[in-house]
Design a protein around this ligand. Structure first.
Ligand code: UD1
Length: 419
């Protein structure tokens, strides 16, 4: 099994360019199933989850080709798309469930594996299914599969999500794009990745409009056009490098991301004493020796993202006093805590709240990664610790961070992959 060896302590220095967003690419790839015209996609990150989504599309019958050194892909859907998404492909990546809305909208039926639980929580899809049934979908769940049909086609409706869900908002926007008539979705997630999906769909010819902060109106359409679309940059990757520089007392420049979409993260980092300057859309971030403690909670966008909670926790171990992080999105997203405590951190958990003692100096250690963002938090802690750390089970990391070793090495980190 592959491992990462990290030799600390390092102060990161230099420039890093942010890759395309994984969480924007996944729903956009699923939404390509709505069209039979050729679609070109640029700026997809080369990470495992994207490979898995492409395999899923190919298993359904999509023709996917790489153009120009794999930077651009073209997708064209065969006229005979299968409507069966197998467990093998959906089990490793929850976003596989996003093909459900597209298949139902285009073909009126789908058999899609339930994504199942995962390390960070049970992650049900009840909100997706209830909202799809409001569009006229009949479904049953048998032996781990959702069998869904829309015998009379999808019909527009007024739906209020009972809870803000990124995936359910995406699945429903995709499904309603081809439904008959008008759909109004309220209490939507408004993550920038959802706005990117809407931009992509509208460019294909869909009629989607935000009518208030969390409400979107979709008028079903029939004819979609051939398009080329560039996926937005990855704000979670950008946030990870911001925190990495703050933690290692680094001095780095982050390019290729609109600072406006990570406003909350920048504000919080500034508040605890990180020097951040924005010039010509580039972010200059300089870490300080001492940082202040803070109390934060994760929440849907524009709040602080759960996908940066683990990384932020590592940084707060350095604060002058105790900090508090409340995890309000997932019930079990503190898997990194035990490993960080083995490195010398002093973090205690009560329910969904972590208390992080400050003034910690990390020790190097042999570590086990448990999920995508937990993996990267261990790399951060290892870069701040003196000596050699080994991180096992790094396949989680490869699901979502493009060329992380290469990028960190360029910033001066001593990191290598071994088997
Ligand atoms: C997406 C992101 C993930 C991020 C998360 C929250 C992708 C591919 N993944 O995941 O990186 O951490 O948003 O920002 O974009 N829930 C239900 N029933 C449902 C759906 C969700 O109870 O039908 C719950 C979930 O268990 C969770 C909360 O709602 O507690 C939010 O989940 P959701 O926003 O749906 O996350 P994902 O779309 O799975």
């Amino acid at each position: 099994m592959k491992k990462l060896e990290v030799f600390g302590a390092t102060k990161l220095k230099g420039q890093v360019r942010i890759s395309g967003s994984k969480n924007a690419s996944l729903p956009i790839l699923a939404a390509t199933l709505l069209s039979n015209k050729k679609i070109y996609l640029k700026n997809l990150p080369k990470v495992k989850d994207i490979e898995t989504m492409i395999l899923l599309l190919k298993s359904l019958g999509s023709k996917v080709n790489f153009v120009k050194n794999k930077n651009i892909i073209s997708i064209k859907n065969d006229l005979k798309i299968k409507t069966f998404a197998s467990y093998n492909l959906v089990k490793t990546m929850r976003a596989g469930i996003l093909v459900l809305g597209a298949l139902l909208a285009k073909y009126g039926k789908a058999k899609v594996s339930l994504p199942g639980g995962c390390a960070i929580g049970t992650r049900p899809i009840d909100i997706h299914l209830k909202a799809l049934s409001d569009l006229g979908v009949k479904y049953k769940i048998v032996q781990g599969y959702v069998y869904a049909t829309a015998p009379k086609g999808l019909k527009g409706s007024k739906i209020r999500f009972p809870k803000i869900s990124v995936g359910a908002t995406e699945n429903l926007i995709i499904a309603a794009s081809l439904a008959k008539g008008e759909t109004i979705l309220s209490n939507c997630a408004i993550e920038p990745e959802i706005k990117d999906l809407v931009n992509f769909l509208n460019k294909m010819g869909c009629k989607i409009k935000w009518i208030s902060k969390r409400t979107v109106k979709i008028i079903g359409c029939k004819n979609l056009s051939q398009i080329s679309y560039e996926v937005m940059p990855d704000r979670i990757e950008a946030g990870t490098y911001l925190i990495a520089s703050a933690l290692t007392e680094g001095d780095i420049k982050i390019c290729g991301i609109d600072p406006k979409i990570i406003k909350t993260e920048i504000k919080i980092l500034k508040k605890i004493g990180t020097n951040i300057k924005i010039k010509n859309n580039e972010i200059y971030v300089k870490g300080n020796k001492s940082i202040k403690n803070i109390k934060i909670k994760t929440s849907p966008y524009p709040g602080f993202p759960t996908d940066l909670q683990a990384q932020m926790m590592v940084l707060l171990c350095k604060a002058s006093k105790s900090s508090i992080i409340k995890e309000d999105i997932f019930e079990n997203r503190f898997m990194h805590v035990a490993e960080l405590n083995r490195m010398g951190a002093s973090i205690s958990i009560k329910g969904n709240t972590a208390t992080i003692k400050g003034n910690i100096k990390f020790n190097s250690a042999e570590l086990m990664a448990t999920d995508l963002r937990a993996s990267v938090s261990l790399i951060l802690a290892a870069m701040a610790a003196k000596g050699k750390s080994k991180i096992n089970r790094i396949y989680h990391l490869d699901r979502g961070y493009e060329q992380i070793e290469k990028k960190l090495k360029k910033l001066g980190a001593k990191i290598k992959r071994t088997s």
